[in-house]
Design a protein around this ligand. Structure first.
Ligand code: ADP
Ligand code: MG
Length: 652
């Protein structure tokens, strides 16, 4: 069954070399019960770990069931441990978060064939070791002897050929020790080879053979004459080729449920580590929502300003800069507007005047902007009334006293009545309300619904007493010709008003598309800025996760060692810890999405900001939190996976 030839093992501690095993040669046949004895530090554990394939020898050969195993890969060794070997430790090494049944079932997680018939049911094994009524108890609720019985049941679940026990009774009272030994003897009778390290002569005396070590050497090797399960037959059941377990959904599911369990079991820590991601994701969601909302706002308010729109007006800023006496500000006339109308590609023209005025309805009054326009205004500025109608050209020419009201004016002057057909006074002149303007919303601080639109001629000659127009709106027929028209318009006005060359910039032609572009670009920059700040907080959360995971790996070093002893390979451990990190981030991410949405709604409600949360930004936040988990979980998980099972098991 087991054949060791000239096995040496040397530990290097800095400059020192510790020869833990020197030239060990040993044969153990199937079904033997071997006790290994010797003083502390004589190499007993080292030998047992080598036999258990938890460690590899420095030199020499180890044949297990006729197969050389001293030079196998870590993955293959893990399969051997899982399929053919069972371990019982002095410290029991049960996982505290799992109940007895789950602890016993642990090796099945790493089985290459979960459906294999060559395994036992955890409940039956617990019954067999006398714990049928403790199946759902956690290790914390069990006595030392009971814990060790659970550990033995765990060692048996894959029907091993060999059980390796390192001082299994070292932490037990003598009565429990006797019981445990009785169980091991029974197992041995059923044919399982047992190799047990012990300090106690009485217990060793029950074995079939006692090997004594001193200073890494075998100093005696005697049969006791006790009957054992030893047979002379050859060992069967160990196949030539071992199957390394691959990707398997039930295992992944197991990792997920364990990750959730460990999250729940340390609530404060989990909450704190989740918090970082939660805040980050919430910030990303809210910021993205804010950015998209702002972009939509800009788009909406510009579409209500009209498309392909050019506005020509005197440049007051320039005018104020030039010193007095260098001429007066250029004033536009209706004739200018008619001249502009003749420029190719000009579709509509509306000369406008604007000023402030007081509107009165009964005992209500309201100061507002009065706009004198031509009927084309409704088309150029997308101001077709939602109710009633706009005035027509003859009403304009006859200086009719009709008015179209903005929404704010309506709400200030009228309570619940329908304003259409009613009369209001504007600067003490009676006007009939004929229509209501569509809602335009606010641009920054300015409420664009706070205005009254009246015919241009009425405004100029009856209300404001102006002979000139303040500015001229021009709609261009073709989007691509806007700039050409812009240049021509400017040239035309310069020529008509004989503006000297050095004052040409006192005329300003505003291109709305340009302004929209500029504002959109600013909004975009802002969104990016906000987004990247939010992203940085997500990153900080990720670093927090990494920190927690590193602590967790250190804390659970023994668990990692145990899992490896039970057959987990590096990939299993890596996956388990990465999944834990991902679960933390996922929990943070989902809560963050909820919080971010809530914050956005509150902001939208109280501050009146438009916030647009798209499924895209939720997906982005979700994927990011998973990605952060993967990224920041990988390093700690790698650290865990690379742990040597022996170092991990010895870790205090
Ligand atoms: P025993 O189990 O008989 O008490 P061990 O097999 O644990 O003895 O140890 C044998 C010798 O090897 C001891 O001198 C011990 O200090 C040394 N040793 C064991 N493990 C390591 C290790 N990981 N690194 C360095 N020295 C070790
Ligand atoms: Mg030891």
């Amino acid at each position: 069954m087991i054949e060791l030839d000239n096995i040496c093992k040397t530990y290097h501690i800095g400059e020192f070399q510790v020869h833990a095993l020197k030239d060990i040669s040993l044969k153990i046949t199937a079904g033997e019960f071997v006790a290994i004895m010797g003083p502390s530090g004589s190499g007993k554990s080292t030998l047992l770990h080598l036999l258990g394939l938890l460690d590899t020898p420095g030199s020499g050969s180890y044949k297990l069931a006729g197969k050389e195993v001293s030079s196998l890969s870590g993955e293959k060794l893990a399969v051997y441990r899982n399929e053919f070997l069972g371990f019982v430790f002095q410290m029991f090494n049960l996982l505290p978060r799992l109940n007895a049944r789950e602890n016993v079932a642990l090796p099945l997680v790493y089985s290459s064939d979960p459906e294999s018939s060559n395994q036992s049911f955890p409940e039956e094994l617990l019954k067999k070791v006398g714990l049928g009524d403790r199946v759902n108890h956690n290790p914390g609720e069990l006595s030392g002897g009971q814990k060790q019985r659970v550990a033995i049941a765990r060692a048996l679940v894959k029907n091993p050929k060999v059980i390796l026990a390192d001082e299994p009774t070292g932490n037990l009272d003598s009565a429990s020790a006797q019981e445990i030994l009785g169980i091991l003897q029974g197992l041995n009778k059923s044919g399982i080879t047992i190799i047990m390290v012990t300090h106690e002569e009485i217990l060793a005396g029950k074995a079939g053979r006692i090997i004594r070590l001193f200073d890494g050497k075998i100093i005696s090797d005697k049969h006791t004459g006790n009957s054992t399960g030893a047979t002379t037959g050859t060992v069967t059941g160990i196949p030539e080729e071992l199957k390394v377990h691959g990707f398997n959904f039930s295992r992944i599911r197991n990792y997920f449920s364990q990750a959730i369990k460990s999250l729940v079991s340390s609530k404060t820590r989990s909450f704190l580590s989740i918090l970082g991601i939660l805040i980050g994701v919430a910030a990303v969601i809210a910021m993205l929502g804010l950015g998209t909302g702002a972009k939509e706002d800009v788009k909406k308010s510009f579409s209500s300003l009209g498309s392909n729109l050019l506005t020509i007006r005197p440049n007051w800023r320039k005018f104020r800069q030039v010193s007095a006496g260098s001429g007066s500000i250029t004033k536009f006339t209706i004739a200018d507007a008619e001249a502009i109308r003749k420029i190719p590609y000009v579709k509509r023209v509306s000369p406008n005047v604007s000023g402030r005025g007081r509107a009165v309805n009964g005992n209500r009054n309201w100061d507002t902007r009065i706009l004198g326009v031509t009927p084309d205004h409704a088309l150029i500025r997308a101001a077709e009334p939602v109710e009633g109608r706009f005035f027509n050209r003859s009403e304009m020419l006859s200086r009719s006293k009709v008015a179209v009201l903005g929404k704010t004016v309506v709400s200030e002057l009228f309570e619940n009545e329908d304003p259409i057909g009613k009369f209001i006074k504007i600067n003490r002149i009676n006007f009939r309300v004929i229509g209501l303007l569509p809602e335009k919303g606010a641009t920054g601080w300015r409420d664009r619904d706070d205005e009254i639109v009246i015919p241009l001629n009425t405004a100029m000659y009856r209300v404001m007493g102006k002979k000139y127009v303040d500015y001229i709106d021009v709609e261009v027929a073709d989007e691509n010709m806007i700039e050409t028209v812009q240049v021509e318009m400017h040239a035309l006005i310069v020529k008509r008003h004989n503006i000297p060359e050095n004052r040409e910039d006192s005329i300003e032609v505003r291109n709305l598309a340009e302004i929209q572009e500029a504002i959109s670009a600013t909004v975009k920059t802002f969104s990016w800025l906000l987004g990247s700040i939010a992203f940085i907080s997500l990153l900080v959360g990720g670093i927090g996760i990494m920190n927690i995971m590193l602590v967790s790996v250190t804390e659970r070093t023994r668990e990692i060692g145990l899992r490896k002893a039970l057959g987990a390979n590096n990939r299993d451990i890596l996956l388990q810890f990465v999944i834990e990190a991902v679960v933390i981030c996922l929990a943070g991410g989902l809560l963050g999405i909820l919080l971010g949405t809530a914050i956005s709604m509150v902001l939208a409600g109280f501050a009146g900001w438009t916030i647009k949360i798209s499924s895209g930004s939720i997906l982005l936040a979700f994927l990011f939190s998973v990605g952060i988990g993967l990224f920041f979980g990988l390093w700690p998980a790698k650290k865990a996976a690379m742990l040597n099972p022996i170092d991990a098991l010895r870790y205090e």
